[in-house]
Design a protein around this ligand. Sequence first.
Ligand code: ZN
Length: 102
Amino acid sequence: MENKEFLTQQLLWIVISIGISITISWFVPFPLSWVVIIGVFLVLSFYMRYRMMKKMGSGVGMFGSLSSPFSGNSVNYYCMSCGTKHREASCPRCGSKMKRVG
Ligand SMILES: [Zn+2]
């Protein structure tokens, strides 16, 4: 699930980069367009690195303090209507979405 999301994001970035290159080479004459494109990509990669670092930082913080349902095996849900222990969005036994954390 995470891998697929990562791949989609990578693909999106490739599409965006191609779009940016084409757009720039349309408006800026050839030798200069390369300089502009390289400059734009440098800024973009810095921005991405910054965003990734921020994301990772907050991820670590969340892992330490809050117990998110994605952060480990410590959280279990119990169905409110039949009491089945599960980790799905809805109960696999009766389909109820009502659940409590245990
Ligand atoms: Zn149930």
